[in-house]
Design a protein. Structure first.
Length: 496
C-alpha cells in the first residue's frame, strides 16, 4: 500500500458535532493503523456562516478528544485561485462549458418534468453553444454558471469499489451536466473538494453516506484533471430513535462534543463510544484502549446499516445515550488513579470545593476517597455534585433517600444522634470499628441494621445509595460524621 493520506474537512459553521467527531476518529484510526497522515482542512468557503468561534471550537474539540492531525489546518479559502484555475482548465480543454440558463427557465423545465412524472435532469441547452454564441451572451452581460460536460459517448458506468458498501455504479446517462462554478464566480464544493484532495495527495476518502451522491461526479472531475482517484469508504449515518439524522438544528447541544466535555466525560471514553456508532468487531468487544482500537480498526468492519443514537429527550435517567454513559462509567472505575486524580481536581476547583491540602497533608485521604466513591459515578461532574458531601458541608439531600430511609422511621430522630455519641467514643475510628458500633447498636435496639445504616447514609451523604457505609463513614471522618448525625437529622423531620 502506498502512503495513506486521509483528511477531515469540517465546515466552521457551528460547534464540533459528534457525527463530525466520528468522521475525524475513523480517519485518525485509519491513518494511525497504517502509519499514514491525517490532514485537517477547514472548508470555510461559506463566508456568511463560517466563524472564527466555530474554527476555534473545532480545533479545541479535536485536541480534547486526542485526535491529533499531521498537517494543517489548511483553509479552503486560501486556495480559491487553484479552484478557479481548475475550472478554467476544464473550460479550455472542452470538458466544461458556460451555461446561461436562468433560474426561471430551469424551474419551468423542472416543473414540466414533474408534471410528466419523470426525473428532472438538465437537458444541456447550453452544451453545444459555439464560441461566438458564448461570447455574444457574455457581451450582453448575461450571468452564467460553469457546468461539467459529462461524456455522453462513454459506454457503461462510473464505478468504484467502496470499502463499506461494495461496488457502486452510476450510468453516464444518469449524471447530468452538473454545476462546478456559481454565477457569482465561486467554485462549488464538488470542484473545491476534489482540487484540495489532489493537492493534499489524499489516498482514502472516509466520509458519511450523505456524500455518496457526490462521488460519481467527483470521480469524473478527478479523471478530467488527470489525477489518481482515491479509494472511498462511506460510513453509515447516525439516526435518532425516530430514524431522523442527528443534527445541530434538531437535537441541539446533545450532539456537540463540547457538551460531553462540560458534562464531565473522559475524552477517550467518548471516542470509544463514537467508534461503536457504525463499527464493530467480530467478537463484539466494546471497550478498547487507544492501542487496541487502532489495531482492531478496519474499513471493512464499518457497518452498512445506519447506527442509532439512543437518546430519549424526555427520559431524566439518561442525559444521553445509555451506552455512552456506561462506557464512561467503565473508564471512571478502572483508569489509574494517577490519571483520574488531576481530572477530579479540576472539577472540584471549578465547583469551589478544592482545598490545597488535598495536594499536601491530606493527599492520601483525597486519593483514597476518590477511589472509594468513583464506582458509583457516571461522569467527572459527579465528584462535585453527587460526591459533594465528601468535600463540603452544604450538600443536598435526595428526596427519595430522605423519604425512604429517614422519614419512614421517626425513631431515627433520636437513634442517629445516639449513634454519633457511640462513634465519638470509639477508641479507634476505622471501618471495622464503625461497622461493629452500628451493628451493635442495631442489635441493642432490636432493629434491622439496615435501618440505622441507611438512615446514617442519607443524613451524612444525602444519597440513597453508595459504597459501603462503613468505609464512607471512615472517609468522611469522625468529627464530620458525628456533627452531621447530631445536627442534620432533626431538620429533616421539620415541615418545609
Amino acid at each position: 500500500m502506498s502512503e495513506v493520506r486521509v483528511r477531515f474537512p469540517p465546515s466552521p459553521t457551528g460547534y464540533l458535532h459528534i457525527g463530525g467527531a466520528r468522521t475525524a476518529l475513523y480517519n485518525w484510526l485509519y491513518a494511525r493503523k497504517h502509519n499514514g497522515k491525517l490532514i485537517l482542512r477547514i472548508e470555510d468557503t461559506d463566508a456568511e456562516r463560517s466563524t472564527q468561534e466555530s474554527i476555534d471550537g473545532i480545533l479545541k474539540g479535536l485536541k480534547w478528544l486526542g485526535l491529533n492531525w499531521d498537517e494543517g489546518p489548511y483553509f479552503q479559502t486560501a486556495f480559491t485561485h487553484e479552484h478557479k484555475a481548475a475550472a478554467q482548465r476544464l473550460l479550455d480543454e472542452g470538458l466544461a462549458y458556460k451555461c446561461f440558463c436562468t433560474k426561471e427557465e430551469l424551474e419551468h423545465k423542472r416543473e414540466a418534468a414533474l408534471s410528466a412524472k419523470r426525473d428532472y435532469k438538465y437537458d444541456g441547452s447550453c452544451r453545444n453553444l459555439t464560441a461566438e454564441e458564448t461570447a455574444a451572451r457574455e457581451a450582453r452581460g448575461l450571468p452564467c454558471v460553469i457546468r461539467f460536460k459529462v461524456d455522453r459517448q462513454a459506454p457503461g458506468t462510473v464505478s468504484f469499489n467502496d470499502h463499506v458498501l461494495g461496488v457502486i455504479s452510476r450510468t453516464y446517462n444518469d449524471i447530468e451536466d452538473f454545476v462546478i462554478v456559481r454565477s457569482n464566480g465561486k467554485p462549488l464544493y464538488l470542484l473545491c473538494n476534489v482540487v484540495d484532495d489532489i493537492r493534499d495527495r489524499i489516498s482514502h476518502v472516509i466520509r458519511g453516506q450523505d456524500h455518496l451522491g457526490n462521488t460519481a461526479r467527483q470521480i469524473l472531475i478527478y479523471r478530467a484533471l488527470g489525477a489518481r482517484v482515491p479509494e472511498f469508504a462511506h460510513m453509515p449515518l447516525t439516526l435518532d430513535l425516530k430514524k431522523a439524522k442527528i443534527s445541530k438544528r434538531s437535537h441541539g447541544e446533545i450532539v456537540a462534543v463540547q457538551f460531553y466535555q462540560q458534562r464531565g466525560f473522559l475524552p477517550w471514553a467518548l471516542c470509544n463510544f463514537l467508534a461503536l456508532l457504525g463499527w464493530s468487531t467480530t467478537d463484539n468487544q466494546e471497550i478498547f484502549s487507544r492501542e487496541e482500537l487502532i489495531k482492531a480498526f478496519s474499513l471493512e468492519r464499518i457497518n452498512k446499516a445506519n447506527s442509532i443514537f439512543n437518546y430519549q429527550k424526555d427520559n431524566p435517567k439518561f442525559f444521553t445515550d445509555p451506552k455512552a454513559i456506561s462506557i464512561n462509567e467503565h473508564y471512571l472505575r478502572t483508569m489509574p488513579m494517577a490519571e483520574l486524580a488531576p481530572l477530579v481536581k479540576e472539577r472540584l476547583q471549578a465547583a469551589g470545593l478544592w482545598q490545597d491540602d488535598y495536594d499536601g497533608s491530606r493527599r492520601e485521604w483525597f486519593i483514597n476517597t476518590v477511589d472509594l466513591i468513583r464506582s458509583r459515578f457516571h461522569t467527572l461532574n459527579d465528584f462535585a455534585e453527587m460526591g459533594r458531601a465528601y468535600f463540603a458541608e452544604d450538600y443536598e439531600f435526595e428526596a427519595r433517600a430522605v423519604r425512604k430511609n429517614v422519614l419512614k422511621h421517626e425513631e431515627l430522630k433520636t437513634w442517629l444522634p445516639a449513634l454519633a455519641d457511640s462513634l465519638e467514643a470509639l477508641p479507634e475510628y476505622n471501618h471495622e470499628t464503625i461497622e461493629a458500633a452500628m451493628r451493635g447498636m442495631a442489635e441493642d435496639l432490636g432493629i434491622k441494621p439496615g435501618i440505622l445504616i441507611n438512615g446514617a447514609r442519607a443524613v451524612t451523604t444525602g444519597r440513597l445509595a453508595g459504597p459501603s457505609m462503613f468505609e464512607v463513614a471512615e472517609a468522611i471522618g469522625r468529627e464530620r460524621m458525628v456533627n452531621r448525625l447530631r445536627h442534620k437529622t432533626a431538620p429533616l423531620y421539620e415541615p418545609d
